[in-house]
Design a protein around this ligand. Sequence first.
Ligand code: ATP
Ligand code: MG
Length: 365
Amino acid sequence: MAGKKIMLTGDRPSGRLHIGHYVGSLAQRLELQDDPDFEKVFVMLADAQALTDNFDDPEKVRESVFQVAIDYLSVGLDPAKTNMFIQSEVPQLHELTVYYMNLVTVARAQRNPTIKTEIQLRGFGESVPMGFLNYPISQASDITFCKATTVPVGEDQEPLLEQCREIVRRFNYIYGEDVLIEPEIYLSKKEVCRRLPGTDGQAKMSKSLGNTIYLSDSEEELKTKVMSMYTDPGHLRVEDPGKVEGNTVFTYLECFCKDEDFEKYLPEYKNLEEMKDHYRRGGLGDVKCKKFLFNVLNDFLTPIRERRAYYEAHPEEVVEVLIQGTKEARKAAEETLAEVKKAMRIDYFKQWNTQYGTENVDSYC
Ligand code: ATP
Ligand code: MG
């Protein structure tokens, strides 16, 4: 029997998806779409959110919507289980945002740690677009429209989930009904996967920082990126003892390699622990480690690339998936919006119809 939980998450179509997205969120989506406790699963292409800091480049957002949809299908999100939809095609989300905006102070919006970091990263200074400052509120609409219980995301999203939970509590408190559901964050069980560092060793692999390995990278692109990755700057000669903590090659291996990979590519070690011990002792060179990582990642990306090639050749199937998913999202959003308006007592025609038996009201409700 189908369960009662609902999953919602999404991505900003500001570029293609990378392996950080995979370990931080996509892997958890794949797990939950097969979990019988989940009644509905939604994945959103957050184009309106991407426009808050890319409003001068709508073409990039437009192109990325399609590319990210192909990324979804390539990693195995299944349209029979997951509704994939486009944010701006569900106008009810914007309506919800208008009402939620009253529940958040400007000071609270400016204090959000994720927003603060992102404003700095984008060099906005004092010129933060209003829409950008407001996106956590709009994200609360994206989460609550379908009464999501579970949001699989990376840990940078924690303050945004907290903002959403505050809005839900305030809404339910003021308008006196348990209309909205407080969502829970769903993080990767492996801590290293919650914020995968970039190939340059920076704290987060991010489209905006250009330190990514894309799910769509070719074998050659992957090789070039892996071979020039950040390791331990103190590990100069092969015989030097090396550090594995903060060494991005080992962080990626932590996330992606399996014991079988050793059998196939590095049979002198049984598992990652043995390899790490050797690196720490000295005598294991970076080039060997990187070649192993390349093989591991290449095996991971090969089937994803194959499915991508299929969808690139069948774009009409991608459009169909998005149409179906968007229809489902609209249906859920209409229902929630009606409940929100009822709770706020601004469902005028419905109320008046009951009160006064007014004619021709049904067509408006
Ligand atoms: P941008 O730089 O444009 O914000 P992004 O790479 O941060 O792009 P988002 O679309 O903002 O990507 O994030 C989508 C999802 O992927 C979120 O759940 C986010 O937490 C997760 N995510 C993004 N980057 C990483 C990462 N390096 N490690 C783990 N999870 C990540
Ligand atoms: Mg981001």
